[in-house]
Design a protein around this ligand. Structure first.
Ligand SMILES: NC(=O)c1ccc[n+]([C@@H]2O[C@H](COP(=O)([O-])OP(=O)(O)OC[C@H]3O[C@@H](n4cnc5c(N)ncnc54)[C@H](O)[C@@H]3O)[C@@H](O)[C@H]2O)c1
Length: 354
């Protein structure tokens, strides 16, 4: 049975996927209000939502998901939480894992506890979590790494967890906490584990916007190791649609894998970008491999397709990659401000970002 939500709290809505989700949800649901709680870390940029800032259904709150008092105030006014906020970059987790545990694990715990207490205190006591849902956004990286020589093997929802980077370990821990709150307190929770996203407003430390913007600046692209690591690529709006679908139609306590049917090696990805932008392999700079670099991720998304009717309709290459490259060509001001850090100075005045 499909549910409707009048007011949802989105965490991390000023980042890449959260901002695309907010824009998509407001477009699709004319009677939905959204409050976006975001700490504006280096990855959070309110400019990602400048086109909807004046929409009266949208409210921005600058704050941390680990701020117990603030989070309790916010969850009291909503009927669902969609939790994107995270430290999200594997390379940064290798340099320093502490912020990953603070936000991804303890921040998730703070949100879950706020929902558990506030939603049950505000209910009639009989069905404390009726019509309230906590949706947690997670990653396929919790499942570990697949071999290159068995292309038929993919991650399903039953694949045992085997996180191998500090980032993946922190996301695996947060998934487990969500499941534990569902089981122990009877909270209504759902989880999605998705593959690598691409599309507009992607912070240019991640491979696609980094490579496209490097090439636009006349630089080479740094390719890890032998370039044969394989990822599945999912358009961010396909992902936003999957999250909205699970929020409204997913079964309590269930996990859904979300993928784009779009597996490529990093070398294939690089060559596709070079070709779209009119460059050759001389623009590749091979660099030392990432420590513990997982070889292959691949998603079996049969469950969400069969049970909820979701399909990726925007992820197919080359068209989706060409459109994405064009978006960065058309939004040079945006990524130049992000790369130089200038966007932070501007928004620091408006939002007092640290
Ligand atoms: N990008 C991908 O390809 C991908 C793939 C699978 C899963 N995910 C998951 O999707 C979610 C969103 O990823 P993304 O790529 O948009 O990340 P991002 O780094 O672009 O954005 C993260 C956002 O969270 C905010 N944030 C960080 N710490 C916070 C805190 N303590 N309190 C409040 N806000 C905080 C940041 O300011 C930023 O706006 C994450 O949970 C990530 O693990 C991402």
């Amino acid at each position: 049975m499909s549910r409707t939500y009048s007011h949802i709290l989105v965490t991390g809505g000023s980042g890449f996927i959260g901002s695309n989700f907010i824009r998509f949800a407001l477009e699709q649901r004319s009677d939905m209000r959204i409050t976006n709680l975001d700490a504006l870390t280096y990855a959070g940029n309110p400019e990602n939502l400048s086109d909807i800032e004046s929409d009266e259904r949208y409210t921005f709150v600058h704050g941390n998901i680990g701020d117990d008092k603030l989070v309790r105030e916010l969850v009291a006014n909503v009927d669902a939480v969609v939790h994107f906020a995270a430290e999200s970059h594997v390379d940064r987790s290798i340099l320093d894992s502490k912020p990953f545990l603070e936000t991804n694990v303890m921040g998730t715990q703070c949100l879950l506890d706020a929902c558990r207490h506030v939603w049950s205190e505000n209910s009639d006591g009989k069905a404390p979590f009726a019509a309230k849902r906590f949706h947690h956004v997670s990653t396929d990286e919790v499942y570990g790494s697949l071999p290159l020589d068995q292309p038929e093997v993919m991650f399903t929802e039953d694949t045992p967890y085997d996180p191998r980077s500090p980032y993946a370990a922190s996301k695996a821990a947060s998934d487990m906490l969500v499941r534990a709150y569902e089981h122990t307190f009877g909270m209504d929770c759902t989880i999605t584990n998705c593959s690598n996203n691409f599309g507009p407003y992607h912070f240019p430390e991640k491979v696609i916007p980094l490579f496209v913007t490097n090439l636009m600046e006349g630089e080479k692209v740094p390719l890890y190791g032998d370039g044969l690591n394989v990822r599945d690529w999912l358009h961010v709006v396909d992902h936003a649609e999957a999250v909205l679908t699970v929020l409204e139609n997913g079964k309590t306590g269930e996990t859904y894998n979300v993928g784009g049917n779009n597996e490529r090696s990093n070398l294939e990805l690089t060559n596709s970008i070079l070709s779209i932008m009119g460059f050759g392999e001389e623009k590749i700079r091979y660099v030392e491999d990432r420590a513990g670099h997982d070889r292959r991720y691949a998603i079996d998304a049969t469950k969400i397709k069969r049970e909820l009717g979701w399909q990726p309709t925007r992820s197919a290459w080359p068209a989706a990659l060409e459109e994405t490259v064009q978006w960065y060509r058309d939004h040079e001001d945006w990524w130049k401000r992000v790369k130089s850090g200038a966007y932070r100075e501007y928004y620091a005045k408006q939002y007092k970002a640290g």
